[in-house]
Design a protein around this ligand. Structure first.
Ligand SMILES: [Zn+2]
Length: 240
């Protein structure tokens, strides 16, 4: 490490700080970004590094390690796990995608799961999205969006309409609360949410068989007939 930093003219303090951040990335399960087979810069910055390159003995012949088996995002040139980032060993800041990866795997964020696979086919099982912390009128709730499981227009697919079940939970902890934007009234212990109200998920994950398979952002809105529907839905990348 010291040698690498010296070669790049990086001071020892910066070198240590940057390495600590990087090594904690390994502790959390992140692998070296530059070892991805789709690393477009694999010719350049780490050719002489034994952690990255297996030397075959022939001059000019290199084989790159491909340690790590899950690709979370497209190749990220700014990841702290990337030896090729600029400045090399000069940056202790997690990239946006580093932050997302850690939140998705360790944070308590809204998550979809389905018992029967996720691919939009009949028989896949009814999808539920758990929302660890939903703020309504400044109070914290656990919430679950549950797909209807009905095919009211007989097109062979479940209709993508949802019910929202909420449970008051004053002790709920979460790094990523989401907030109801709209209007809700409380009658006794029952919360009535007005149609047109909306919940946005800046980050949610989709799991299948215990594995995260998709990450994105979305919002849902309550229709006049009482069903919730997705108002927007966008994902970053399918994880493989
Ligand atoms: Zn490393």
């Amino acid at each position: 490490m010291r040698k690498r930093c010296a070669e790049k003219g990086v001071g020892i303090d910066q070198c240590i700080a940057s390495s600590v951040v990087h090594e904690f990335g390994h502790v959390l399960g992140l692998s070296h970004e530059q070892n991805r087979p789709d690393d477009p810069s694999s010719e350049l910055c780490h050719r002489n590094d034994p952690e990255t390159v297996i030397f075959t003995g022939d001059i000019g012949q290199f084989v790159y390690h491909t340690w790590g088996n899950t690709k979370f995002t497209p190749y990220d040139p700014n990841s702290v796990m990337n030896y090729c980032r600029i400045p090399y060993y000069g940056n202790t800041k997690l990239s946006l995608m580093d932050q997302v990866a850690v939140k998705v795997y360790y944070g308590n964020i809204p998550g979809f799961s389905t018992p029967g696979g996720w691919n939009g086919l009949v028989g896949r099982g009814i999808r539920t999205m758990r929302i660890p912390k939903l703020m309504i009128n400044n109070l914290p709730y656990n919430a679950v969006l549950t797909e209807s499981g009905i095919d009211s227009n007989h097109d062979g697919k479940y209709d993508n309409v949802y019910t929202l079940t909420i449970t008051y939970n004053p002790s709920v902890q979460s790094i990523s609360p989401v907030t109801l934007v709209g209007s809700a009234t409380k009658v006794g212990s029952v919360i009535n949410i007005k149609p047109g109200s909306k919940i946005s998920f800046p980050l949610f994950k989709y799991s299948s068989a215990g594995k995260v398979v998709r990450v994105g952002h979305a919002s849902v809105i309550k229709r006049a007939d009482g069903w919730w529907i997705f108002d927007s839905y966008k994902y970053f990348y399918d994880i493989h």
